[in-house]
Design a protein around this ligand. Sequence first.
Ligand code: THU
Length: 383
Amino acid sequence: MADTVLFDMDGVLIDSEDVSVQVGIDYFRSKGLSLSRSDFEPFLGAGERVFFCGPAEARGFSFDLEEASRYFRLHYAGLLEKYSAGRPDGLALRTVRKLRSLGFRLAVCSSAPRWKVLVNIRHTGLQPEDFDTVISGDDISANKPDGQIYLTAMQRLGRKGSDCLVVEDSINGVKAGKNAGALCLGVMTTCSPSELAAAGADFIASDISVLMRGETMKEVNENLAQGLGDDRKLYGANYVLKNENLIERNSIELMISLAAQVREKAYAPYSHFKVGACLRSAATGRLYTGCNVENSSYGATLCAERNALFHAVASEGIIGVDALVVYSDDDPPAPPCALCLQALAEFTAADSLVILVSKKGERRQYRFDQLLPNPFIFPSERK
Ligand code: THU
């Protein structure tokens, strides 16, 4: 059981990333180099120096690091106030106070320089004294994903890895927590649930509010382990956010009419068997359609279901499919073939809905695992 919580700062207790990126953009613009947010993204969470210099160094742009650091220090706090980035809802404040009242030991472990960590802590309404220790980039010689920062905190607090829960938002940060032997909660400020899971996160949640569930230390641990407040869901080999808060999830009726429409576009000169498919993304509720596309070399034919699935993946990346409609002129309505079921299994959950509809209007509804109870999932990806 964890009795100690080690927080990363940026992206966990405060949303300051946009502010840091903006200071970086402003500084390099003043030096004649035009950068955008995407230039900084690969360098987030890997320490301030790497973050600030990485994009310019990647372009072979030489600059004075001392001057850049001075500029950053001079402008960061002001811009943070202006953007009021912290958590205006006081989430960090409430979570830290609650965990303290339950007896948890607490630390901040941020790769940022000490001055910035202190500015950030105060911006959330907390004080450095609200934590048992505050470790910054100035205290360590090896950046995340090295575990040094977390091992240092454990040593200062007299705790071992299994006593500690690390809370992180970046891939490098999650890896650092795991390298230090701690349990790790990944919050979804910066990365997708699948990216956090792949980095080794033991728990994944939207934000740190998951730590406020429970009235004792034991309950907080149990609730986290049970996945309460944890809105990831396993789709095939992938953890994907299941967004239960969509104001209106597109309806099955709409999916059926889109599947019927796209079926008209099927290219089926050989079989004359036209199929339309429409699937719904669990994370965004968006709908993606596909029809079958045949080929002179019959084996090169693509079915409607895989066409819709690949369309979705190309648009959203890793996707969870919470519903699929297949529309054909078959009686009873045709199910997806075994190849499509196997392809879909990578992105569906056991209870994803599959609705088969015939042109005559007959409907059959299944759970995905009724159609394919035992998909092949690559051994290392089985959860
Ligand atoms: N077809 C699909 O589009 N989906 C299925 O799951 C079954 C088969 C298409 C492929 C081919 O163009 C035609 O139906 C006959 O096999």
